[in-house]
Design a protein around this ligand. Structure first.
Ligand code: NOJ
Length: 564
């Protein structure tokens, strides 16, 4: 398809559990979302992505699905869903669902049947293996290989009834589906078609670069100080990943041109992304890469590294260049797995929170690709003040804490310092609608504490204030919708060696944009060859008084436009 709609589209992600609670049980729900659709439509976004709302034991907040073709009672019913879908479509937006098919819940009927015995017809729908040769099943070290699970502990769970183990890259309640088995693939495609026939507009595909594994399941290298081997090289971007995604495309998306597909791929390189998103190959429209959100991580997961702007720019620059001719980028700072960007790369102090949140938004949205906004990002929501481990709810935070403190001998305070900066619960505190006691999120007790700063930072205040982050995001979206240079302009990184300024141009036909973001709390002058000419160009958008001579205020961003 020439110029698909999502090239100029902007996506808004809802994490339903934390968005809005209509029935007062402390957990967000579909009726809560319906109530607040105008907040999203008011931004001008084109499409909503809903994190999982399917039936689930909620071990990983819905990323563990026990029935794919139903809604979890916590969120509502299929009737509520149809009402939501209609309300989204009425507002001229689309709705994309989360597709979690690398694994199911251990409570899914498929797994229950698979677990029933070695001769179950569904045994091979999951990864069952005997103990390591020569070892007594169920004893320490007898797991079929040495892989650690993403959430801590071994990636294998022993099943005493059959004397075998099943693989779970995530929690033990998230057994990995065996995509080598064609019956599994057919069942997944049938389910996807069922949702598309119901009217949904596409899928965000959870860890979809994990579905093809090296079937030998070899041991992984064990990093110093770790109890487990790293399995990722053997289960990410495996030998049949492209084949499976192409088959899915043929079986599900062929003939449904308007659908949006985005594959979450923690291990993807830009070279692989080109192949995954090349329209001629028929796999997915775009992928979520992780290189830029790993920018402040190092080999030791328990150390915090400050942002090195030159490194961040090198990563974005490589992706922009790599996908310039073939394929398409997705653009994101935040989602339900990442800490809040204003706390991470900006300055969340009262002085600069709003300004730095706007700068970060502008820099991201002016790249070439489809931008994703995560709920609350448009308010400049911040990380949360978690005091102790008891304040966290996330299975990953709790699992890592237990492994690091109980088994690796790390100090609880050190581990907490890292969780406070990086923990996924930072993104999951309830949406801040107003300044009332539970931020307008619930009339009950929220499942995760509301950030106390909701008295200042909330949607009601932001919508009222023309200078808010909300209205700035609205202008960014408007700009993308009306100016083809934002959508199709080619991308040139400037000042790659500068640790404070993030600068680039975009050019399309005779239109050219210059974007400069100041990632520092100091005034900085952009030393560009044609600075003088740019300084007299049209200043399309900024978040501080117009600069003279490209000398930017702390955390300022400028977007200039000129035509040749
Ligand atoms: C990626 C999801 O974004 C994350 O929230 C989840 O825990 C894992 N995949 C497992 O489904």
């Amino acid at each position: 398809m020439e110029n698909p709609w999502w090239h100029s589209g902007v996506v808004y992600q809802i994490y339903p559990r934390s968005f809005a609670d209509a029935d007062g049980d402390g957990m967000g729900d579909l009726k809560g979302i319906i109530r607040h659709l105008d907040h999203i439509a008011g931004l001008g976004v084109d499409v909503i992505w809903l994190s999982p709302i399917y039936r689930s034991p909620q071990d990983d907040n819905g990323y563990d699905i026990s029935e794919y073709q139903d809604i979890d009672p916590v969120f509502g019913t299929l009737e509520d869903f149809d009402e939501l879908l209609a309300a989204v479509h009425e507002r001229g937006m689309r709705l994309v669902m989360d597709l979690v098919v690398n694994h199911s819940s251990d409570e899914h009927a498929w797994f229950v049947e698979s677990r029933a015995g070695k001769d179950s017809p569904k045994r091979d729908w999951y990864w069952w293996r005997p103990a390591r040769a020569g070892m007594e099943p169920g004893t320490p070290g007898a797991e079929p290989n040495n892989w650690g699970s993403v959430f801590g502990g071994s990636a294998w769970e022993y099943d005493p009834a059959s004397g075998e183990y099943y693989l779970h890259i995530f929690s033990r309640k998230q057994p990995d589906l065996n995509w080598e088995n064609p019956e599994v693939r057919e069942a997944v495609y049938a389910m996807m078609n069922w949702w598309l026939d119901r009217g949904v507009d596409g899928f965000r595909m959870d860890v979809i670069d994990h579905i093809s594994k090296d079937t030998a399941l070899p041991d992984g290298a064990v990093p110093p100080g770790s109890l487990y081997g790293v399995g990722a090289p053997h289960y990410m971007n495996g030998p049949r990943n492209h084949e499976f995604l192409h088959e899915m495309h043929e079986r599900v998306f062929a003939g449904r041109d308007e659908m949006l597909t985005v594959g979450e791929m923690p291990g993807v390189t830009v070279e692989e992304a080109i192949r995954y998103t090349d329209p001629a190959r028929g796999e997915v429209d775009m992928v979520f890469g992780f290189e830029h959100v790993f920018v402040d991580r190092g080999p030791d997961p328990w150390l915090l590294y400050p942002l090195q702007l030159t490194k961040l720019k090198a990563i974005f620059g490589r992706w922009q260049a790599g996908l310039a001719e073939v394929g398409w980028n997705s653009l994101y700072w935040n989602n339900h797995d990442q800490p809040r960007v204003v706390s991470r790369f900006g300055d969340d102090s009262p002085e600069y929170r709003v300004r730095s949140a706007k700068m970060l938004g502008a820099v991201l949205h002016l790249h070439r690709g489809t931008p994703y906004i995560y709920q609350g990002e448009e308010l400049g929501m911040t990380n949360a003040p978690f005091a102790t481990i008891a304040d966290f709810r996330d299975i990953e935070a709790l699992g890592h804490y237990a492994q690091a403190v109980d088994h690796e001998g790390r100090s609880p305070e050190d581990v907490l310092t890292v969780l406070r900066a990086r923990g996924r619960d930072n993104a999951r505190t309830p949406m801040q609608w107003d300044s009332s006691p539970q931020a307008g999120f619930t009339t009950g007790t929220p499942w995760l504490a509301v950030n106390p700063n909701h008295t200042e930072i909330n949607a009601a205040a932001a919508v009222q204030d023309p200078d808010s982050v909300y209205h700035f995001y609205r202008r960014l979206i408007e700009l993308r919708h009306k100016d083809p240079v934002v959508v199709y302009g080619d991308f040139t990184m400037l000042l790659p060696g500068d640790e404070k300024l993030y600068a680039f141009t975009r050019r399309h036909g005779d239109a050219e944009l210059l974007v400069i973001g100041n990632f520092s709390g100091e005034r900085v002058r952009a030393e560009l060859a044609d600075a003088e000419a740019w300084a007299s160009a049209e200043l399309v958008l900024t978040n501080a008084p117009a600069p003279a001579d490209l000398e930017l205020e702390p955390w300022q961003v400028v977007i200039y436009r000129r035509s040749a």
